[in-house]
Write a protein that binds this ligand. Structure first.
Ligand SMILES: Cc1cc2nc3c(=O)[nH]c(=O)nc-3n(C[C@H](O)[C@H](O)[C@H](O)COP(=O)(O)OP(=O)(O)OC[C@H]3O[C@@H](n4cnc5c(N)ncnc54)[C@H](O)[C@@H]3O)c2cc1C
Length: 435
């Protein structure tokens, strides 16, 4: 034992920061999470659509997501907490990928699902229509903006059907899920401090010394982990590690529309999470027979890279484009006069695949670049980060011999080298929220 209070300072108490605290404190580390906001999960996690879907464009991404599904399904046990009615809920309504003309990518998706052992089946167009009454199966691809004269004009083809993945759905309250993780971590001795901002990453001779809070208070620790969400780049600048990284992160402004479900459809009761590459949106059921609609970043839409401390929180024509695109698929979808939903930030990496890694500064780690798609993986990422920190602490040379992490439910090892800060761009990525 040393006279230091903490072995590890975690910057951020979002869903991934809290999960990392839980995994580390289970291993016996004394952790401190610090967050500039007032409570766990108040940052970008609170804006999350919290979709749990097993399909990604890589074997590693799919494996991680499928492993995550098992933890959400067994949430109370995963946390080691009593289910007293205060735990986040997993609505396993299943996911449906509409199959349009983008058949190469979907053929690859199917190969990867098969390789990882994720259950799925295929529905033909007629079965999709009877599952989702009122759905239009016209093809509109490529997605367009609503001011395009061709917007809403079918291209003459029809969708072929859908891939259905039953092991998916959504978490009802992503902020509550973070608080659950916090509570579980605290039961193992983890400490959390809110309304405090890391203003300096202290270091000497290429090694971490600790952090400074609010410009005055020094906290010593031999390990600091950057899990600062959309502020990850700012924190990496502070640590002086950003320049040396091959893959970087930056904040992207995103809108998610919240609208009443299409008339005549019990979407919150019987709907699925839907991925519609043909119109460029994803949709998911929400209570009160509502629907969330988000973007799949079609090529026609400009990406809004912003300052994480100075972005516009109001809705723009991004919202209108989303809702009108969803209305191509569901013609009975009413378009509300008042925009409602979420305006939030993704922390996007250069290839939309996260960085779970050490850094060139000894003792400084990062779980960043979550690119709008890592909520579902948080329970697994916490464990990966804890093993990585232990591996490096025990002298493991992660850059040369990357840690292999065992996914126990999927029964597969993945190399954490896949998430390296120094990897070449993963060319297989969708370069979108689909990862
Ligand atoms: C609109 C939207 C929709 C999404 N939908 C999905 C989805 O459907 N499925 C899915 O899997 N993923 C989704 N995601 C992504 C997912 O929500 C994120 O990957 C995840 O929540 C990131 O968690 P985090 O803990 O890394 O970051 P955050 O929740 O952003 O937490 C970072 C914390 O760090 C704190 N912080 C930053 N700088 C400092 C500092 N200097 N000092 C102290 N504290 C600091 C912040 O206050 C913040 O609380 C979505 C994200 C958004 C924004």
């Amino acid at each position: 034992m040393t006279d230091r209070l903490y072995d590890i300072v975690i910057i951020g108490a979002g869903v991934i920061g809290c999960s990392t605290a839980l995994a580390l404190s289970r291993k016996g580390y004394r952790t401190l999470n610090v967050d500039r906001l007032p409570a766990a999960g108040y940052g970008s996690t609170s804006g999350s659509a919290a979709i749990i879907r097993p399909y990604y464009s890589t074997v590693e991404g799919t494996s991680l997501a499928y492993e995550g599904h098992f933890h959400w399904k067994d949430w109370a046990n995963f946390l080691g907490l009593e289910d007293d009615g205060e735990l986040a809920r997993y609505n396993q309504c299943g996911c449906l990928i509409l199959m349009g003309r983008d058949s190469d990518r979907l053929a690859s998706t199917r190969r990867i699902l098969d390789a990882v052992g994720v259950p799925f089946h295929i529905l033909g167009a007629a079965e999709v229509s009877s599952l989702m009454p009122g759905i239009a199966l016209d093809s509109f691809t490529p997605p367009k903006r609503i001011d395009d004269p061709e917007f809403g004009v079918p291209n003459g083809a029809t969708l072929e059907g859908a891939i259905v993945c039953p092991t998916g759905g959504y978490i009802n309250d992503p902020q509550l899920a973070s608080r659950n993780l916090q509570q579980a971590a605290m039961a193992h001795g983890a400490t959390f401090r809110f309304n405090v901002e890391v203003s300096e990453i202290r270091q000497l001779g290429g090694r971490i010394l600790g952090v400074t809070l609010n410009g005055t208070e020094r906290i010593d620790a031999p390990v600091v982990v950057n899990i600062a969400g959309p502020h990850s780049g700012v924190v990496n600048e502070m640590a002086g590690v950003r320049e040396a990284m091959a893959i970087r992160t930056r904040p992207l402004r995103q809108e998610v529309a919240h609208v009443p479900a299409p008339a005549g459809l019990d979407f919150s009761g019987k709907g699925h999470v839907m991925t519609d590459g043909d119109t460029g949106v994803y949709m998911r059921p929400e209570i009160g027979n509502h629907m969330f609609v988000g973007t799949l970043e079609p090529a026609c839409d400009p990406l809004e890279w912003v300052d994480p401390d100075g972005f516009d929180p109001s809705f723009t024509d991004q919202w209108t484009n989303l809702v009108w695109r969803a209305a191509q698929r569901f013609p009975t979808l009413g378009i509300p006069n008042k925009a409602e939903g979420i305006v939030a930030l993704y922390d996007v990496s250069d290839d939309w695949i996260p960085i779970y890694d050490r850094s060139d500064l000894d003792g400084y780690f990062m779980a960043i670049g979550t690119s709008g798609n890592q909520f579902k993986n948080a329970p697994v990422v916490g464990q990966m980060m804890a093993e990585l920190i232990a591996y490096c602490g025990n002298g493991g040379d992660h850059d040369r011999e990357p840690l292999q992490f065992h996914l126990k439910h999927v029964d597969r090892d993945i190399s954490l080298g896949f998430f390296s800060r120094n990897r070449p761009i993963h060319a297989d990525s969708s370069f979108s929220v689909l990862g």
